[in-house]
Write a protein that binds this ligand. Structure first.
Ligand SMILES: Nc1ncnc2c1ncn2[C@@H]1O[C@H](COP(=O)(O)OP(=O)(O)O)[C@@H](O)[C@H]1O
Ligand SMILES: [Mg+2]
Length: 141
């Protein structure tokens, strides 16, 4: 958990981000469907789209927190956001490496969050098609 002193200086968008799926307002059907995926341990590729500030990032981060313990988080979740490089190199390098390394902490699938996925170059988006079967990717706008 983040210590309270470090939380003080967070931007409000982070500080008040809903931390669990239950805290998210509306999108009832979507939240129920996602909750079912998680309970059954069968999360398909997901693409969230919609206007800014409607809860796309918050939803997927809440899923990640429900799927993995804080100790598992860093080895099981790869989050790439708008400030990361979005070219083909990142798919061939960071994403494939992350997807293909096994971890001792947890079996099962890993989670890759591609925040603002539309900003990825065309080559990078095409390269994602050839990612291995064991990769669960979450493409997120
Ligand atoms: N459905 C929602 N329920 C509760 N808070 C929300 C919701 N959508 C957005 N917010 C608030 O707005 C902030 C930004 O939401 P975010 O998930 O980053 O939006 P997006 O990724 O769709 O642009 C969050 O920190 C949260 O405080
Ligand atoms: Mg977002």
């Amino acid at each position: 958990m983040v210590k309270s002193e470090t939380r003080v200086n967070l931007p409000w968008v982070e500080k008040y981000r809903p931390s669990s799926l239950d805290d998210l307002v509306s999108h009832d059907d979507i939240i129920k469907t996602i909750g079912k995926f998680i309970r059954e341990d069968q999360v398909p590729h997901l693409l969230f789209y919609g206007p800014p500030g409607t809860g796309k990032t918050s939803t997927i981060l809440a899923c990640a927190r429900q799927l993995y313990t804080p100790a598992q988080f860093s080895s099981m979740v790869l989050e790439l956001n708008a400030s990361d490089d979005r070219g083909i190199g990142i798919v061939r390098g960071q994403i494939l490496t992350f997807a293909s390394t096994r971890t001792i902490f947890k079996s099962g699938f890993k989670l890759i969050i591609l925040d603002e996925a539309d900003a990825m170059t065309m080559d990078a988006q095409n390269a994602l098609r050839r990612t291995p079967y064991y990769l669960i990717a979450i493409y997120q706008l």
